[in-house]
Design a protein around this ligand. Structure first.
Ligand code: FE2
Length: 494
């Protein structure tokens, strides 16, 4: 019907749909409020920064949801804002900058939105959105990784942008040194294997069919393995698993009805369909990318983020945060869409800490629940990446709340959970674990989480002791402003 009437169904919203920061009964709307300014200043710190905590925390996430009186339709859609917290001997210096992608530059110069994004069509109806996916440009707004002395910001399905690691000035789009004749598509989530020094990437190329791109860079920075595989689902997926010997791609049944975005009548987000009755397909490859992948089936479980994967006693173990149904994402009433209209929206299925036990010899998968709750943003000690891990750090939400007010540490060895709750109206972000200097012990370190406090309408970075999480922050790095919904961080040790 939308096509017949010439009406697009995923247009931008008016910016006036809610006032910045919302009202007292909508404290979470600060997360959906754009940050229009770039800053560079020494922060005020309360408490004591540990003397061994020296380095840089980089973070990335959407910073700008509004332009020219129009607003994006999803909280998960905005221009990439890079943050840099430099822990030095005299305190913590803060800097933030938007990634100057061509999209950002052109839209800033025009002072209006020009391009469609994954959740929102461009203004102007069908004419400006026909063949919409081909018009989508990177916002470089999901992850940020230092590598080989350089800094890169990634989006979902594109090339990364290189930034100056100190000034955060945008240098430009990068192919990571790979020759132009090799086709490259990168998703946001890559994995560093600390044992081998390799950096592994996946990406999904959406064409007539969906194609999985797999890339591996050696410790010296050269691309050593590259493979493109047609996959049996036109899937939207965000993260994957890498163990010491295998790659696992969970093709959950969240598919894009691509003809709708191609015709310009819906955004990709509004064209997602959850087909839970079709279950998950786990595509598993050896890390050398030789041979054909095997595909095993499991019950339907949507995944934003994996925890880690490893080999143990002949089994392949893969931990993740799984949802029985991505109802917080899919559908016009879902939380991540409704919040942009100032509403709380639907989120019936919580994120739970889950584990796959994969028996490759018998071609069987068993799925088990590791912890009940409402979790997201899992992190481990990155020194355990691709190896067995014992501790998982997560954000946790109270019952009835979608957004996360607490951080938790789960000891998978003992089942012990420790938690610190920042309180109602405060919202924390992915907890980044920093090993304590000189300690090889996985449990000794600090946890860094950025918290938006709706009472002050400002954000802070909390530093917690990983062994005494419940005692609360050792220090709080106070920002002079708020920071919108921020996704992912990476620690660079001095
Ligand atoms: Fe992510």
């Amino acid at each position: 019907m939308a096509l017949l009437t010439g009406c697009a169904v995923s247009p931008p919203l008016p910016s006036t749909v809610f006032a910045d920061f919302g009202g007292p009964d909508q404290p979470y709307l600060g997360l959906a409020t754009s940050l229009h300014h770039e800053y560079d200043y020494e922060t005020e710190v309360t408490g004591t920064i540990p003397s061994g905590l020296r380095g840089i925390l980089y973070r990335n996430g959407p910073g700008l949801f509004d332009r020219g009186g129009l607003r994006k339709r999803s909280l998960l859609d905005g221009d990439g804002l890079i943050q840099r917290f430099h822990f030095h001997d005299g305190g913590v210096r803060y800097r933030n900058r938007f990634v100057q992608t061509p999209k950002f530059r052109e839209e800033a110069a025009a002072d209006r939105y020009l391009f469609p994004t994954w959740s929102t069509l461009a203004p102007g109806g069908l004419w400006n959105n026909f063949l919409g996916p081909s018009r989508i440009r990177s916002q470089a707004g999901v992850t940020v990784f230092p590598w080989q002395g350089r800094l890169y910001a990634f989006d979902e399905s594109s090339l990364p942008f290189e930034l100056d690691p100190t000034t955060l000035e945008t240098i430009g789009e990068s192919r990571l040194g790979v020759p132009a004749e090799i086709p490259l598509v990168f998703a946001a989530h890559s994995k560093f294997d600390p044992r081998t020094g390799e950096w592994l990437h996946f990406g999904i190329e959406y064409g007539r069919h969906a194609y999985l791109h797999l890339n591996c860079f050696a410790a010296n920075g050269t691309l050593t393995r590259h493979r493109v595989i047609e996959i049996p689902r036109y899937v939207y997926m965000h993260d994957w698993f890498v163990s010491s010997r295998h790659l696992i791609v969970s093709l959950h049944p969240l598919e894009v009805e691509i003809w709708e975005p191609l015709l310009g009548i819906r955004s990709i987000l509004d064209a997602l369909r959850w087909r839970g009755d079709q279950g998950n397909l786990l595509l598993i490859m050896p890390r050398d990318l030789v041979g054909e992948p095997i595909i095993l089936t499991s019950e339907a479980s949507f995944m934003w983020h994996s925890v880690n994967a490893f080999e143990q006693e002949g089994k392949l173990i893969a931990d993740f945060v799984g949802y029985a149904n991505p109802d917080h994402l899919v559908g016009s009433a879902s939380t991540v869409i409704a919040v942009m209209s100032g509403k709380q929206g639907v989120f019936r299925s919580p994120g739970q800490l889950c584990r796959y036990r994969i028996d490759l010899g018998r071609k069987r998968v068993a799925r088990e629940l590791l912890a009940n709750g409402s979790f997201e943003w899992p992190r481990i000690d990155e020194r355990q990446r691709c190896q067995p891990h014992r501790f998982v750090y997560l954000c946790a939400a109270d019952p009835g709340q979608f957004f996360w007010s607490a951080v938790e540490r789960h000891d998978l060895g003992t089942g012990e959970r420790s938690r610190y709750d920042f309180g109602a109206g405060s919202y924390c972000t992915e907890p980044v674990f920093v090993p304590r200097n000189g300690s090889a012990k996985e449990w000794q370190g600090w946890v860094l989480t950025e918290v938006y406090d709706s009472r002050t309408r400002k954000s802070l970075l909390a530093v917690l002791d990983s062994e005494h999480l419940a005692d609360g922050p050792l220090a709080q790095v106070l920002l002079r402003h708020h920071v919108p919904f921020s996704y992912h961080g990476w620690w660079l040790q001095s």
